[in-house]
Design a protein around this ligand. Structure first.
Ligand SMILES: [Zn+2]
Length: 455
């Protein structure tokens, strides 16, 4: 036996608070894991959400249905303070859309209008296409793209790198008089699957319709242009923005037995794009958060601190849920121990990344070191505990100093299907969801039993 082990156990117990020994935590973790794999509650919930509600864009009746469903599920699980906190959200509708290559080879193309885009004039628009590979290339073409459709054919080099073309492409093209902007789908692979997503206009330039084309179509148009062929397209989009719509964040709690005012948030976003089923983005995060709390509750574990589930609205096209929550809960920030978000799909969690945006380097180092207290209990889940990124919905709070924690999932195939018609339930691995829910439940429970503070 290693003679330092009892000493380490003592130190750990001190860091975790006197109430819960490492042994007790390990037992709790094993029970949580066993229960997760016995019931597969997250998987069952996600199947229902995907099959019976479907995709859930802000302003849609499906999102309202999901909000009602989640509250009912959390109430049935015995959580308390289950309620919806109202939020007004943008209400964009896609309408009918189509694209047809007229020259040089007549072809129907699969497209997805980008969220927030305006529509085309009634009957659509027909124009030549100018293919560019970067904003620099567009700048070189300058006013020669006037009256044309600009296609940004930019290879995927990582979501963060490439998404700027989806987000800003229309504004940049409108600056030079383009009549529409297309973007090669922001993803690593395609099975003729366009990827939608959010975009923004620049108020200094006209709003022009904008859509994603598939990787197949985008690279084809580039080849045509390189051969000197005239590329002409007809684009029709019925997209429009309606007045803001009522929506809500869903909130539910397990009240802390000793320090109820100290709160650990477990979260995912309930809204999705209006294609596919929003299974990976972010149905998975939603059911992982729900299930983690349900497991703790169903086993009769009594967390010392409050565990609060928050299911965000409007992550995809406005982040109004995260902003409204920040504004309504500012008084609690000093007792918000961590805001944990799962929003990178359903594959196995690889790390819990702690994000501290207002901490000094010294305070960050101390917070990083305090994560070590949880290493032993998290060991069976093969996750690392480290500094990292939290999540979009918690980011408004994190920017004001609340410790954010992101569940970083493997995401090997996440961006293949994210924001596409292919983000559907069949691609969810049952055991991964149970593993992730148990990992989150264990981490949240250990954090609730401890006196650790990251700020
Ligand atoms: Zn998401």
């Amino acid at each position: 036996m290693n003679p330092t082990q009892p000493l380490l156990a003592c130190l750990l117990a001190a860091q975790l608070g006197a109430q819960t020994s490492p042994e007790a935590l390990r037992t709790a973790s094993e029970r949580l894991r066993t229960e997760a794999f016995r019931t597969h509650g997250a998987y069952e919930d996600l199947a229902w959400l995907c099959d019976r509600v479907g995709n859930r864009l802000s302003g849609s009746p499906q999102l309202d249905q999901a909000i009602a469903w989640a509250q009912a599920r959390l109430k049935a699980a015995g959580l308390v303070n289950v309620h919806a906190e109202p939020v007004l959200v943008p209400h964009w509708v896609r309408g009918r859309e189509s694209a047809e290559l007229l020259l040089p080879t007549p072809t129907r193309l699969n497209i997805l209008g980008l969220g927030g885009s305006v529509g085309t004039p009634e009957g659509g628009l027909t124009a030549d296409v100018a293919v560019v590979g970067s904003f620099d290339e567009l700048d070189k073409l300058g006013e020669t793209v006037k009256g044309k459709i600009v296609l940004f054919d930019v290879p995927y080099t990582g979501y963060g790198h490439t998404v700027v073309y989806r987000h800003d492409g229309a504004a940049k093209a409108a600056r030079y008089g383009a009549v529409a902007a297309l973007v090669r789908s922001v993803g690593p692979v395609s099975l003729d699957t366009p990827h939608t997503g959010a975009m923004d206009y620049n108020p200094a330039f006209p709003k022009i319709p904008t859509a994603a084309v598939t990787i197949e179509a985008s690279t084809q148009m580039r080849r045509m242009q390189q051969r000197g062929e005239r590329v002409q397209m007809k684009l029709e989009m019925g997209a429009k923005t309606l007045p803001d719509a009522p929506s809500a964040n869903v909130v539910a709690e397990i009240r802390g037995s000793e320090k109820p005012e100290e709160v650990i948030i477990l979260s995912g976003h309930l809204d999705s794009w209006d294609v596919g089923q929003g299974a990976q983005d972010d149905g998975a995060g939603t059911v992982i958060a729900m299930e983690a709390a349900r497991l703790i509750q169903s086993l009769g574990l009594k967390p010392r601190r409050t565990i609060r589930v928050v299911l965000w609205t409007n992550e995809e096209n406005g982040l109004r849920g995260g902003v409204a929550y920040r504004d309504a809960h500012r008084a609690e920030f000093k007792n918000l121990i961590a805001a944990i978000e799962s929003d990178s799909g359903s594959e196995r969690v690889r790390a819990f990344g702690l994000e501290l945006l207002k901490a000094t380097p010294e305070a960050k180092a101390t917070a990083r070191a305090s994560l070590n207290a949880f290493e032993l209990v998290m060991k069976p889940f093969s996750v690392s505990l480290r500094l990292g990124h939290s999540g979009a919905d918690v980011s408004p709070m994190v920017r004001e100093g609340v410790p954010g924690i992101g569940m970083e999932h493997a995401a090997t195939h996440y961006f293949d299907v994210h924001h596409t018609h292919a983000d559907t339930f069949d691609k969810i691995e049952k055991d991964d969801l149970a593993h992730n829910a148990a990992a989150l439940a264990t981490f949240a429970f250990a954090l609730a039993q401890s006196d650790v503070r990251f700020q």
